[in-house]
Design a binder for this molecule. Sequence first.
Ligand SMILES: Cc1cc2nc3c(=O)[nH]c(=O)nc-3n(C[C@H](O)[C@H](O)[C@H](O)COP(=O)(O)OP(=O)(O)OC[C@H]3O[C@@H](n4cnc5c(N)ncnc54)[C@H](O)[C@@H]3O)c2cc1C
Length: 448
Amino acid sequence: MSMYDPLIQTSAGENQPYPTSYWADVSGTPPKNNGQLSEDLDSDVVIIGAGYTGLSCALHLAKEHNIKATVLEANQTAWGCSGRNAGFILKSTGRKPWSAMSSQWGEEVMRGIYSEVCQGVETVNELINQGIDCQVQDPGYIRVAHKPSMMKSLSVQAKLLEKTFGYQVEQLTRADIHQDYMADENAHGALRFNDGYGINPLKLAWGYQQLAQQAGATVHCGTPVNQWFAENNKQVLITPKAKVTAKKVIIATNGYTPKGFHLSVANRTLPVLSQIIVTEPLSAEQLAACNFITSNVVMDTRALKYYYRKLPDNRILFGGRGAITGKSADDPYYAKRLLSVLKQSFPALQNLQYQYAWSGWICMSLDDIPHINSAEDNDNVLYAMGYCGNGVSFAVQAGKRLADKAAGKDLPNLPLFNSQLPKFPLPALRRVGQWGYFHYGKIKDQYF
Ligand SMILES: Cc1cc2nc3c(=O)[nH]c(=O)nc-3n(C[C@H](O)[C@H](O)[C@H](O)COP(=O)(O)OP(=O)(O)OC[C@H]3O[C@@H](n4cnc5c(N)ncnc54)[C@H](O)[C@@H]3O)c2cc1C
């Protein structure tokens, strides 16, 4: 069966089970949600999508603005990216480098955006500290240079971070990495940020759901919004068993937004598959053979990035780009390709197999930054999307800002909040552009 493809299909499904994944296998039983909506409802604020964005929005609406929102989720809590990701908590979002922000918008705007991403990580830390059991691992994020020449630009980045934000980043040589973290043959130096870390992403989302419900929100799984129209100044949402009317509707469907879902976001995003494999657990000998000491989260400097981490049960989670279409998402070619790159990094693991493989739709925006805003022509429809595969921590901040905006508060004057998601110039050709970018990225990673 082919995977749901948001550029082709007009529905994300109804009450679909979680995809087979390591997270779905190790996380136990989901907390109780409020079940499929079966009676018509009128609510001040309705949120569509129960990933991190929707759940954070519901939680902050209740906690900070005393608005008890209704969350409608087509399938299960965190059925989309939030339950499928690599679980890297990082102080960043989007794909636009700090230096490009500074030259395009000036230093004050860059600092404003940095403050938003830091607040995202702080809020995640606070929420986890309220008792979310999500298998937090030792702090540390290692950004490895996949070629010796990349160390130069990493050094420049480290200097900029220190000078501009006072953010202390450690520089590691290849020998440091091999001796103290892991003997990755593809690592030619690295920056180490001591405040990134790995978590179980599905359990994190379940924790947010519980906090949102405790604060007064309701979360209805198995409740896709199949039709949407406006009537007498109200938004009307049609779900399989019930009609919902709302003053305000928040779109938190991100990379899983179905084709033609709402004009405010149509043709403004490009869903791209990111793929993960999880290996069998490494034996003590295998760990020793590649000196795999660290459980820090690791990402490289390629245009088409690879990322990995050692999980609490000594498996390796390894990720990178996946197929281009939903139809080919489950082709084992992509999982095998990841395994072979893993083995290039760690030649001692030649006999290692993978036990899980899955993928998910990350959400690219044309200008490489997320946008959190109300629709161009309607203050009662709001959205947050376009984290470009970098949203585990930022989605929480985006949800919080959505809540502020829905409650009538002004947001900081930043491109994240004061501009719309730009339209793709030739939306029908988005996949062709992606194919071109993948080929360009492959050449860039090899030769430059
Ligand atoms: C393989 C992979 C690895 C990643 N790794 C990382 C990482 O390590 N660190 C990081 O920062 N980011 C990572 N990301 C990105 C991160 O997971 C996302 O940015 C984040 O989870 C987005 O959350 P969200 O709530 O906005 O959207 P989602 O979690 O995608 O939620 C959208 C929800 O909307 C629902 N929906 C869609 N249509 C409807 C409808 N009509 N009615 C009702 N519900 C609907 C869907 O069912 C879905 O549950 C990764 C993504 C992938 C795919």
